[in-house]
Design a protein around this ligand. Structure first.
Ligand code: NAD
Length: 370
């Protein structure tokens, strides 16, 4: 067996819990990374092949994201192995059982992520009373339905565009992954005059230099179809989507969407990641060398967790969206200014800001991280 402390460093993880229930075919993992600032909030991801390493990387991203956003929460993440599109009854059983198995892990608050939604959070809440991203009927602010993360991406994009002497009005945008985050980002950016020139989902991609109709693509998704079935524009490959002529490229699907080998083909001037770890480190380096501004994922896509933390504290929807706008704009500005003045990549500047906050919180704790 490999070393169970393989991920351990001076920030965490505080705890890794594996859950196995053969009767249900349940296999799941929780990583509680750093809870110096408060109980961790992080999504429950359901996917057939999510590894412990991926769970740890996502939990660490939440530690940084929550600290950068100034939330009284640490970072955690849970993954449940399984097909999120499998029979609903089985999915419900798995999620309820997983929540029960983690009942005692008070330092983790469940939130929605890929493969889970408000209804899944309602099941968790029903079992253990510890979930955010709940349906409205349970006092939640339905962040995916409202597009909290996409709304935050639009504000991050606007601040970064201004920093690069660009305007959103007329900017060409590509969205990889037309799910909850991608759709709302496209919608919010289009409302500012940006033009969606390419979009994709797991079944294909479509492009048009004249602009795609965001609402027509949304209707296709609602009908369970792919954006690639859009009558207008041209069907293109995932590789072609990376190299489309545009100003803003938004990864909003899976981790590692832009890898080192893709970086030289990117034509965008600005990358605004909706996806966590949407751009690999090496790709980010190469993009920076070419003058492409790549916003750190945990700064740009913090809208969802800011909304979730506001929900946890009992805030209204209006207060939650005001907090997203204020924090993401301020953070994007601070990170880009620090990066420019120190001559470092935005990610380095953002990590330094977040780690500084985490260390200050750790100094107030008896056992440093928990
Ligand atoms: P979602 O399941 O609603 O949408 C994901 C979309 O990506 C779907 O349309 C799917 O078809 C598409 N997709 C999957 N694989 C693809 C591929 N290889 N190429 C192109 N498209 C592909 O998920 P979501 O909630 O929109 O989350 C998207 C990403 O944003 C994830 O990485 C998630 O971790 C991250 N994120 C989400 C939130 C949130 O509030 N939902 C917050 C922060 C980060």
């Amino acid at each position: 067996m490999s070393d169970p402390f393989v991920f351990a460093d001076d920030l965490g993880p505080a705890k890794i819990v594996h859950v196995h229930e053969p009767g249900l075919g349940l296999r799941g993992t929780l990583v509680v990374d750093n809870v110096a600032a408060g109980p961790s909030i992080g999504g429950l991801r359901m996917s057939p092949d999510a590894s412990t390493e991926e769970c740890f990387r996502l939990a660490r991203a939440m530690t940084l994201k929550n600290a950068a956003a100034g939330l009284p929460h640490g970072g955690g993440k849970s993954v449940l192995r399984g097909d999120p599109h499998g029979p609903r009854e089985h999915k419900e059983q798995l999620i309820r059982a997983f929540a029960c198995a983690l009942r005692a892990s008070q330092e983790y608050i469940f939130g929605p992520d890929m493969g889970t939604d408000e209804t899944c959070m309602a099941w968790v809440h029903d079992e253990i009373g510890r979930a955010v991203g709940l349906p409205r009927e349970l006092g939640g602010i339905p962040l995916d339905e409202l597009g909290a993360t996409g709304f935050g991406l639009r504000h991050a994009a606007e601040v970064a565009a201004r920093h690069a002497s660009m305007s959103l009005d007329g900017a060409r945008v590509v969205v990889q992954g037309f799910g909850s985050v991608g759709l709302h980002a496209a919608r919010c950016l289009a409302a500012e005059g940006a033009v969606l020139v390419g979009a994709s989902d797991s079944r294909g991609a479509v492009a048009s230099p004249h602009g795609l109709d965001v609402e027509a693509l949304a209707a296709l998704k609602r009908a369970g179809r792919s954006v690639a079935e859009h009558g207008e524009g041209q069907r293109i490959t995932a590789q072609e989507l990376v190299a489309l002529a545009c100003e803003i490229w938004i990864p909003a699907a899976q981790p590692d969407a832009i890898r080192a080998e893709d970086a030289d083909r990117v034509q965008a001037r600005l990358i605004v990641p909706g996806a966590n770890i949407g751009v690999t480190d090496e790709a980010e380096r190469r993009l920076a060398a070419r003058g492409v501004v790549c916003l750190p994922d945990f700064i740009a896509n913090a809208g969802g967790v800011i909304c979730a933390a506001m929900e946890w504290s009992g805030a209204t929807q209006a207060a939650a969206f005001a907090a997203i706008e204020e924090r993401i704009r301020a953070n994007t500005q601070a990170v880009l200014e620090a990066a420019r003045s120190r001559g470092v990549r935005p990610r380095q500047a953002a990590v330094d800001i977040a780690v500084e906050r985490i260390r200050r919180a750790m100094q107030t704790r008896r056992w440093s991280i928990f």
